[in-house]
Design a protein around this ligand. Sequence first.
Ligand code: AMP
Ligand code: ZN
Length: 117
Amino acid sequence: MDSHPECLFCKIVARAAPAQIVYHDEWVTAFRDIHPAAPVHVLIVPNRHVAGLNELAEAGTDLAARLLLAAADVAHREGVHQSGYRVIINTGADSGQIVLHLHLHLIGGQHMRYPIG
Ligand code: AMP
Ligand code: ZN
């Protein structure tokens, strides 16, 4: 697996750092955000290290599809697929991206305003 030793989310994928994992398969791992912004706040990450959305093309369309499909799957598992949810990918400094391992924020369980920012 393409893992970066200093990357927090690589460590979570490898079970070398603690997290509340709610779903995993051969492509992706999903775990609860440590500072939830809503009743449901799950991060969906590729198992291999991809720094962000700008680097996803190199990783391939299969992985891109798997990430999106996993988000919908986790929404179903978390019981928000009917009530609604939001998927956010922060990319770069202006977005506030902190962790440089691609992650989809799946947020739901309450009504959300739009637009944000
Ligand atoms: P971003 O600003 O998009 O890079 O978001 C990073 C997210 O990772 C934030 O929502 C953090 O609360 C979350 N986070 C940071 N460390 C952990 C951790 N150890 N376990 C779960 N979530 C984390
Ligand atoms: Zn990583």
